[in-house]
Design a protein around this ligand. Structure first.
Ligand code: ARG
Length: 466
């Protein structure tokens, strides 16, 4: 039980208390970020004349050596230390001796952990953004191939009007694009450095906070030391963004599960992304889609957990805030895995174009267009709605679609029907006439695909780090 304090205490910490208090088992994943922060701090201490240049170099070399030893498996992070900060400091002192004891000058674990967590989260925001971007690329490729793959569009999960696969997937393109916008916003809002805030009230050493901020790629230092050590907004925002990504993935999974049923047969999942049953030989289950849908719950859970942890905390640091880590790490890992697997599943899915088109024809998705046809021939819309309603009822009884009715039969419902009706209500015509911005008509769709392609080619991360 190596500890950073002792002077004020006359008794050893109870073992159970020590274990309950410790965070090393999960904050060890901050190791590289802790090293990065300490290196910047040591460089700044020398520049400000608080330690010598030689001491600073010795500390920095020592920290990097400790980090490399851990990465190479030569040094194990064990629970003999309370947290990653104590571990790194202890190992530094073991390695370079008393000079190592100067590293913590003008710093507290409160600004240290605030920094480590921010550095960690900042990177993860970029990783998640890149994973969403990859998914967007896959979606756009499928869209490009399928501007004339007809399928029913649904409301209330009832067939409504014909759309195309490109159009349907285009909806998800917009959702995930907004997700990336949220991540970009979060990055811009969070990218300020808390180091130098000390325990809560800054420090009396003449630290150069601008220097450490810019060394670590922050836009600048945070502006209130109490807020610096107690702010976890950025993490909550990130968990909210992850929750929304999960919600989008989950909706998409739900559709994939439905489309994969025997009743729909819109898609065929690749064998590599499906599972079988231990008892029913005929089964090919969409477990991956179900798991991604299911894991949404734990991501929402992380958001609720941290919001609740933070809600009653007085300023500034409180140990409750250590609870930010496990749930956040889990949510971040979960969403990254889900994005990756989902992208692989989607990229390998086969779309049964014939079944999709048949489903659109059989579902009276051209009923609105049939009514519009009568309107064009002079009938008021409300009357046309009624005529087509009766016609649909007849077709349901006969087990046919409107397109299957002979002209003589159609004329029994309205004299206004002519031979041109078949072309006017064909799936192709119904879709191709829908040409307003954002509609499924091929020409409209192709414009959106071009805009989307252009969007993917101009990455905010490229302009951020050029
Ligand atoms: N393990 C702690 C955390 O995650 C580090 C900060 C400790 N600070 C303190 N005053 N006990 O929040």
């Amino acid at each position: 039980m190596a500890q950073l304090w002792g002077g004020r205490f006359t008794k050893e910490t109870d073992k159970k208390v020590y274990d309950f208090n410790a965070s090393i088992n999960f904050d060890k994943r901050l190791m590289e970020r802790d090293c990065e922060g300490s290196v910047a701090h040591a460089a700044m201490l020398a520049k400000c004349g608080i330690i010598t240049k030689e001491e600073s170099t010795k500390i920095i070399d020592g920290l990097v050596a400790v980090k490399n030893d851990v990465l190479e498996g030569k040094l194990e992070i064990t629970d003999a230390y309370e947290d990653i900060h104590s571990f790194m400091e202890a190992k530094l002192i073991e390695r370079i001796g008393d000079t190592g004891k100067k590293l913590h000058t003008g710093r507290s674990r409160n600004d240290q952990v605030a920094l480590d967590m921010k550095l960690y989260t900042r990177l993860e925001v970029l990783y998640v953004d890149a994973a969403v971007k990859k998914l967007l690329g896959t979606i756009l490729d499928i869209m490009t191939e399928n501007t004339d793959t007809y399928m029913p569009g649904f409301t209330h999960l009832q067939k409504a009007q014909p759309v195309t696969l490109a159009h349907h997937l285009g909806a998800y393109f917009e959702m995930f694009k907004r997700d990336r916008d949220r991540l970009k916003d979060i990055f811009h809002r969070m990218n300020y450095c808390p180091l130098g805030a000390g325990a809560l009230a800054g420090t009396t050493y003449p630290l150069d906070r601008d220097m450490t901020a810019s060394l670590m790629g922050f836009y600048g230092p945070t502006l209130n030391s109490m807020d610096s050590v107690s702010d976890r907004d950025y993490l909550i925002e990130f968990l909210a963004a992850l929750s929304i990504i999960s919600m989008h993935l989950s909706r998409f999974c739900e559709e994939i599960i439905v489309w994969n049923t025997n009743e729909y047969r819109f898609i065929e999942l690749d064998d590599a992304f499906s599972t079988g049953s231990s008892i029913m030989p005929q089964k090919k289950n969409p477990d991956i889609a179900e798991l991604v849908r299911g894991k949404t719950g734990r991501v929402y859970g992380a958001l609720m957990s941290l919001l609740t942890t933070m809600k009653g905390l007085p300023l500034a640091y409180n140990k409750d805030m250590q609870e930010d880590k496990e749930v956040s790490f889990d949510a971040i890992d979960t969403v990254k895995t889900c994005l990756d697997l989902f992208e692989g599943m989607l990229a390998t899915t086969k779309f049964n174009k014939d079944n999709m088109a048949k489903s659109a024809v059989n579902g009276f998705t051209n009923a609105t267009d049939a009514a519009d046809y009568l309107v064009k021939k002079g009938m008021p819309f409300r009357d046309a709605h009624k005529v087509i309603g009766e016609l649909v009822l007849y077709c349901i009884d006969e087990g046919i679609s409107i397109d299957d009715c002979s002209l003589t039969k159609l004329k029994e419902f309205s004299e206004l029907f002519d031979a041109d009706v078949y072309d006017e209500i064909s799936l192709k015509t119904c879709v191709s006439k829908r040409l307003t911005i954002g509609a499924p008509g091929m020409e409209a769709m192709k414009k959106i695909i071009a805009v989307s392609r252009d969007y993917l080619e101009h990455d905010w991360q490229d302009s951020e780090f050029e």
